[in-house]
Each structure stands twice: as C-alpha cells, then as structure tokens.
Design a protein around this ligand. Sequence first.
Ligand code: FAD
Length: 449
Amino acid sequence: MAGYDYDLFVIGAGSGGTRAARVSAAHGARVAVAEEYRVGGTCVIRGCVPKKLLVYGAHFAEDLKDAQRFGWRVPSAPEFDWKCLQENVLAEVDRINGAYTSTLESHSVEIIPERAVVTGPNSVKLAGGREVTAERILIAVGARPAVPECKGSEHGITSNEVFHLDAIPRRVLIAGAGYIANEFAGIFHQFGAHVTLINRSDVILRSYDAQIRDRLLQISMMKGIDFRFHAEFAGIEKQADGSLKVSMTNHDPVEVDCVMFATGRVPNTEGLGLESAGIELDAKGAVPVDEDSQSSCPSIYAVGDVTNRVQLTPVAIREGQAFADTVFGGKPTRVDYDCIPAAVFSHPPIAGVGMTESEAKQKLGNVRVYTSDFRAMKNVLANRNERCLYKMICEAETDRVVGLHMIGPDAPEILQAAAIAVKARLTKADFDATVALHPSMAEELVLMR
Ligand code: FAD
C-alpha cells in the first residue's frame, strides 16, 4: 500500500464521489478527489438544488393569484424579476459548493481541480500532465445531457445552461418527456413563457403510474402547455431575427426563442481511459459493476449515475457510503434498491414509491387498487380546478401495500414519510388503523376505501 501515492483516488466530486471520499478518509484512508468543474457535482451545481429553487420561485405565480381569494390584495399583474431569482439561486449554489469543499478539506481529502483519466488499474493522469497512483480508484463521474443529432442542434440548450439564461424566453420548446422536461415545462410556464413540449412517443414520465401521469398531462394542458406527441426532431434553423424554427415529424414547424433538450442523460465515460484497465463499458456507456460497486478490474469501483443503475442523488450517496464502509471501514454494506421513492417537481408535483398498478398486476397477478380523487381544500377556496389523485396498490393475498403514487400539492413531502410504511411492508389494515390527521391532504392515505 505504501507504494501508492493514495489509498483511494476518486474521479468526480459529485454526490457519490464526495460521500465516498469523505467517509473513506474518516475511516483512515489517504484520499484525493479530482473534479473538472465544480465540487458538488450535478445535484448541487446544475441539478436538484437550483432546479428545486426555481420550482419554488415559479410556484409564486399561482400562489399570488390564489392569494386574492384568501383576502390578499396583490397587484393584478405582479412583476417577476428573473435576474433577482437567478442571482439568489446561484449564490446559494456557491454557498453549498463552499460547504462541500470545506467538508472534504476538513476530512483531509486532497481536492485536485482538474480532469482525470484512468491510465491503468492503479494509475490516473491529470489534465496538467501529472500521473498519480492509487491502490483503489473510484469512478464517480456522473452523466451528462444527451443531445439528439439533428441539423441545428447547436442552437439548443440543456439543463447545464438553463440556470444561466440572460432572460426568460417568450417561447420555449422542450424536447423530452422525462422528469427534467416536465419540471422545466412547469417552471417556464409559471414564469410566463409559452411552452411546447415535444416527444417521440405519446407517453410522458414512462416509469410513473399511468393514471397519475395522465392527470399531470391533463392539468398541464389545461394550464396552457402545448404537447406534441410522435414528434421527432428534424432540425433547428436560426432565423434572421434570432428566433429558432424547429421542424419535426408529424407536426407543423414551431417558432420559439429557446430550445431545451431534456432527452436523457449519458454516462460521462467518453475518453475516460477505462479500457486501459480492461474495463468494457455497456451499450449505454455505463461502467458495469457488481453489488459492491466493483468493476471487472478489482482495484476500480464505480458509483452513481455513471453506473446507470438508478440516477438519483440519494442513491449515488448511498452507493458512495456503502463503498467506503465496505472497502475502508471494515463494515461490508450493500445498497438496497427496493422501494426507492421518486418525485417529479412539476406543477402540481408527482411522487411515487414501489410498484405501479400495471407493474403490480404483471408481477403479482391479483392486486387491489384504492384511489382518492379529490380537490385540496386550498384549491377549492382558490377556485383552482386541479384535482389530486392518490393511489394505493395492495397485494390481494396479503393486503400488503406494494405501491403508493400521488399527484397534488406537496406530494413529495407527504410521500417521503409514507414510503417508510411501504418499505416496512405494512398492510392496508395498518394504514386504516392510523387515525387521520385532519384537515390535511395526507389524511386521504388512511381513509381510502
Ligand atoms: P454527479 O453529481 O454528476 O458528479 C460527477 C462529477 O464528476 C461532476 O462534478 C463532473 O464535473 C465530474 N467529472 C466528470 N468527469 C470527470 C473527469 N474525467 N475528471 C474529473 N471530474 C470529472 N436527482 C434527485 O435525486 N432529485 C432531483 O430532484 C434531481 N433533479 C435533477 C435535475 C436536473 C436538471 C439534473 C440534471 C439531475 C437531477 N437529479 C436529481 C439527478 C442527480 O443530479 C444525479 O443523480 C446525481 O448528481 C448523481 O451523482 P453522481 O455522483 O453520480 O454524479
């Protein structure tokens, strides 16, 4: 071990890499982490955190409208100052970036602000030319937005650039139908842009429960978001006035001021040199690993989005923690991927855990489905015609709750607590035995018949 420069060299200081580096160092390892952009990674710098802050900012558009029904006198056309929100959000990102950096430093992790590539099972080359050795290497390089190949695609932006726009465009076209596409459709719409969302198929949010995602589609359309399905990009043409003319299959061209690609994310493995350690990537460019996040090269591990298991921050963090505890902490730990809750911070938001109705029917055969379709008290007084939908999927034989899916205000906040019950394999009877907390939306969870 003494022959290596480090016990652990981590490539990428995002959610997974930072946790792995910090905990390994706390277990006594000599650790360095290379980061080519900013410590904190996608989640902190250009993902979950700034996105959620924009979602909060966007929601005020509806809150200010609704406030009038609650007696507040608000100017009939309240003004929104994008630059003010942007500056505050980016300052918060800087603050968290600083906090992550000092946490690593206080654990004696050496931060190397450079790109690193693998040159062998125990060696890494830094962009500045220095080559270092490590007993173990952790690949935690995350993923990046995929941009479809089409004429004029260079005129589009991705989630990497969206937080740095000079102004909110008047007309936006978003390509994709996953959570990032739907979240930004809501954000731009609330900020006053006309939003067109185009997708190759006619299904949005494929992995979510069909009834729940249909409800979001219906509400989004009612709000004025324009959906175009079975539309594949043909090209983007920049016009003399700076606007972008987007052509697509099956629909007329659309003229917009901004095109945003939210068409999936690809592992950041291009040019990473993994072949020098004999590692073969999978068809999507991800690093194949076993249950201990170990690759086919015994000294090289990988965690987070680069492994394309579940691309969520809490999962990357758990994988980083499990790696550190197993390899340097003498406490073998594996991540349990069962019942991972997930959310879409759309307007209104969606959250779900466990099997969808169709998954449960396929896997278990006989299931019971309970639903509650209601208008939240606050929406009733506000004259806001948006209905919540909660769904509970139970295994008929055992009464066990195998899935919980919801759309409505605060759904992610409510679901996190309910996910504990689903993970703990509680039954419908356990939910029913719990007294309702009244008046709340969450009480519907224990009142489903
Ligand atoms: P990352 O956090 O991406 O970190 C990888 C780091 O490696 C980056 O900092 C990168 O610069 C660096 N790097 C890459 N290559 C090299 C190299 N060769 N040398 C040095 N450094 C390198 N997840 C949620 O759970 N909830 C959400 O609400 C959510 N919202 C999101 C919204 C958006 C817009 C996006 C894009 C993502 C969102 N995610 C969300 C996903 C989440 O951000 C990722 O799952 C998470 O960041 C993955 O962590 P990671 O450690 O694998 O990689």
